[in-house]
Design a protein around this ligand. Structure first.
Ligand code: AHM
Ligand code: MG
Length: 338
């Protein structure tokens, strides 16, 4: 009967964090758990405003531009403010880097963590109702960190946790911790809780799906052109060409890649020699998720993404990420070109 199917032993994010705090010992102190609770609140708030955006006049431009000259949407501004206030309020964060802020924000107090974030990634898609999301990474600061931007110029291997939310048909949160697995949570709007719905997400090792802005192919390097040609016009007898899927919101393209496998790329090219996506708060957190789910993430010159140390907080990189065997194919072709 129906009653028998109702789950009464549900793992909420709160429960998960409490259990993780026990398991992870030194990584997850009480401070870390409190910080995650503040993060979770910001995700819920942003999800709420995105759902209501069209109704309460939040679509369209705010009339300003962010640090790197992108036009800001009203929701970019609101998402950024929600995030900053949540991070300040929890008292555990010393340094905050946001895509929407020129400079790192330094909070008073003795927070021991640094948070890097893109509060609303994919916002050019917002007015069309396409999925957008929040990307985040958490570093634990060095004992003698003074509280400045330089404190977060670290490789992704130093992240203690990272993940992203995708505000789509439902709000999905993907969370991973250093050395851990990847867990997916879905926001139950009535309960106001993120529920563990996708425990231990593992990407298929291979899948014939590619995700790239093909409109840039004129500017691609020869290696890049050869790779995409090779999957569209396979020479091996019986091999099928790959399917193309490109949403144009990294969170959504990454979420699909996590669930179905395949590869996602934003290569560096002659138009954007350093690529488009930012190392600190877009590439590194995603790379950590990909690796912990059994995949790979590399730069435009095939270096492990998590090893890259940005020189400046808003530095960019080319990126190729996704299923293990797919990224190996990319690497093989790029290596041939030297
Ligand atoms: P944003 O942070 O300004 O939203 O830009 C990042 C987004 C990614 O979500 C997405 O992968 C990429 O830009 C799409 O770029 P393009 O429109 O050039 O294909
Ligand atoms: Mg972004």
């Amino acid at each position: 009967d129906a009653d028998a199917q109702i789950k009464t032993d549900i793992i909420t994010l709160t429960r998960y964090l409490t259990e993780a705090q026990h398991d992870l010992g030194s990584y997850a102190t009480g401070d870390f758990t409190l910080l995650c609770h503040a993060l979770q609140f910001s995700f819920k708030s942003i999800a709420y405003y995105i759902r209501r955006a069209t109704l309460i006049n939040l679509i369209g431009l705010a009339g300003s531009a962010n640090s790197t000259g992108d036009d800001q949407k009203k929701l970019d501004v609101i998402g950024n403010e929600i995030f900053i206030n949540a991070m300040r309020g929890c008292g555990k964060v010393k340094v905050l880097v946001s895509e929407e802020e020129d400079e790192a924000i330094i909070f008073p107090g003795n927070g021991r963590y640094a948070v890097v974030c893109d509060p609303i990634d994919g916002s050019s898609n917002l007015d069309a109702g396409v999925s957008v999301g929040t990307i985040f990474g958490i570093f634990r600061l060095d004992e003698n960190a003074v509280g400045e931007a330089a404190d977060v110029l670290l490789p992704g291997t130093d992240l203690v946790a990272s993940g992203f939310t995708m505000y789509g048909a439902s709000a999905n949160l993907v969370l991973t911790m250093k050395g851990g697995n990847v867990n997916g949570f879905t926001l139950d709007n009535s309960l106001g809780e993120f529920i563990l719905t996708h425990p231990d997400m593992k990407m298929p090792r291979t899948r014939g799906i590619y995700s790239v802005n093909e409109g840039n192919s004129l500017y691609w390097t020869d290696a890049c052109k050869e790779y995409f040609e090779s999957i569209k016009y396979p020479k091996e007898p019986g091999a099928k060409p790959y399917s193309a899927r490109y949403i144009g919101s990294m969170v959504a393209d990454a979420y699909r890649t996590l669930c179905y496998g395949g590869m996602f790329a934003y290569p560096a090219d002659t138009k954007s020699p350093k690529g488009k996506l930012r190392i600190l708060y877009e590439c590194a957190p995603m790379a950590m998720v990909m690796e912990n789910a059994g995949g790979l993430a590399v730069t435009g010159v095939m270096k492990r993404m998590l090893d890259i140390v940005p020189e400046h907080i808003h530095d960019r990189s080319g990126i190729f990420m996704g299923s293990y065997d797919e990224i190996k194919k990319v690497q093989a072709i790029f290596e041939k070109h030297g």
